[in-house]
Design a protein around this ligand. Sequence first.
Ligand code: CMP
Length: 221
Amino acid sequence: PSAPGHLLDLDDPVLREVLAAFETRRLDPNERLFEQGEPGRSLCLVQEGSLKLTRTTAAGRANLLAVLGPGDTVGEMSLLDGNERHGTVTALAPSVVLELSQARFDRWLLEQPAAAPLLLQHLSRRLRTSNDVIADLVFADVPTRVARLVLKLADQLGARDERDIVVVEHQLTQEELAQLVGAARETVNKALSNFARRGWLELGRRSLTVLDVDRLRRFAL
Ligand code: CMP
């Protein structure tokens, strides 16, 4: 099986053949990989860097759905159901993405018996995650949700040093952090400042440093 949460494990022998068909694409910060509403033309695998997935609602409100890091796959939904791209993906940092064209993807799915189970696993996992997000929105208070988000970003994008301090250069605005939590910016800022006052983390401009992962984890339970 691939790494937890990852559709494609690059060391998987099943992928050896299809990997040759991926094309490398480099993105600068703020450059778009694709846009909501476009037809899907490729499946993308993040190799380096970080990107954000935003979705504009029918009422015109932008919402940040996810931050993508190395190992994450994006863009399979429109290839599978023929609908338009469900959101816009934009680079947050200099990023390298591997892209597989729709034609190659379709062929892989038809010809490689291990491909469909991999994709179904991936979609099941995404549904589980989405259900957890819904449960958090219904049951968890904002400070708990903020603590969980910080831990998740640290896990996904953080660089840990030898003293167990994790620097997270997330590149997100306060508004975007608030969208990921699903709460007002002021409430999210208050929770972050509170954690900073307790010495659990340090806030930077579009970055944060987790100083006490254990305390934050206990709080997030
Ligand atoms: P697609 O619709 O082609 O383009 C947008 C992509 O975002 C979509 O495929 C999925 O790969 C991905 N996506 C959609 N919803 C989520 C989500 N909640 N979390 C992470 N990725 C998502």
